[in-house]
Design a protein around this ligand. Structure first.
Ligand code: URA
Length: 252
């Protein structure tokens, strides 16, 4: 049987962004945290990190934030940057303040350009992040592109054959194009090269004027998640991101 990891209460709460260990001592003194309805009084109490722990813990009678291992999806708005370090409007600012103070840090799973909107995954789980972005997995990502010029007609075949982009050593993996109209198409790629979608259309003489990510693996951006909104993924949704990957890999 695998041993359940434990953490001191003050360390757990500090990692979840509830304050410094000193501040947490003060919150504990004020009886702010409860486990199974009972007030927690000892900062050095060892907490077993079982999956149900967040349901059992309360802060001011509200459910505690998710334990480490959180995965969320966001409908990334235009203009927000996927970076911890740059100045300006960062996607992390759209998350609750406490989430921004967590350790390990919440990071985006891959990036979307400032001018790209749509499905963005965020996590503090390094293993999950690497599974999704691993070049071995080929998780398909679908993008809806609006183009400056009408499609010529040969783009689908060129993308499917593995396009060679400028300044790249190897050609892109085969990608599939679904034409929606003269200037609108859905492109599915299974890698994450820098500005890949924009560069692929540029390589066939076009220009992307709007780009939105629709899905990652089997997870589709829900219609009811407005730009700037986020929500946690269920275990099934987390798995869906990866499950379709192996099936899609075989069919490409
Ligand atoms: N490809 C791009 O060109 N931009 C993105 O944001 C994502 C994929």
């Amino acid at each position: 049987m695998t041993k359940v990891p434990t953490l001191r209460l003050d360390r757990l709460l500090a990692n979840l962004g509830y304050g410094s260990r000193r501040e947490i001592q003060m919150l504990i003194n004020r009886s702010c945290f409860r486990l199974d309805g009972e007030v927690l009084r000892k900062v050095d109490q060892k907490m077993e990190l079982t999956p149900d722990l967040t349901d059992r813990l309360e802060y001011f009678r509200e459910k505690l934030d998710p334990l480490p291992g959180l995965v969320a999806m966001m409908n990334k708005p235009l203009g927000a940057t996927c970076s911890h370090n740059e100045a300006g409007d960062l996607v992390y600012r759209l998350l609750p303040e406490r989430w921004q103070k967590r350790e390990p840090k919440i990071s985006t799973i891959g990036r979307l350009d400032k001018d790209t909107s749509g499905l963005l995954l965020l996590t503090d789980d390094g293993d999950y992040l690497h599974q999704v972005i691993s070049p071995k997995r080929h998780v398909p990502k679908r993008y809806r592109a609006t183009l400056d010029r009408p499609l010529r007609g040969d783009e689908g075949a060129l993308f499917a054959s593995g396009l060679q982009l400028e300044n790249e050593k190897t050609p892109c993996l085969p990608a599939s194009l679904e034409v929606l109209s003269e200037r609108e198409a859905v492109l599915t790629i299974t890698e994450g090269r820098y500005h890949q979608v924009r560069r692929m259309f540029a390589a066939v003489g076009n220009h992307v004027v709007a780009l939105r990510r629709l899905s990652i693996g089997g997870l589709v951006l829900p219609d009811d998640l407005a730009p700037g909104e986020y929500r946690l993924l269920s275990a099934d949704e987390k798995a869906a991101v990866l499950v379709i990957a192996s099936e899609a890999k075989q069919s490409i």
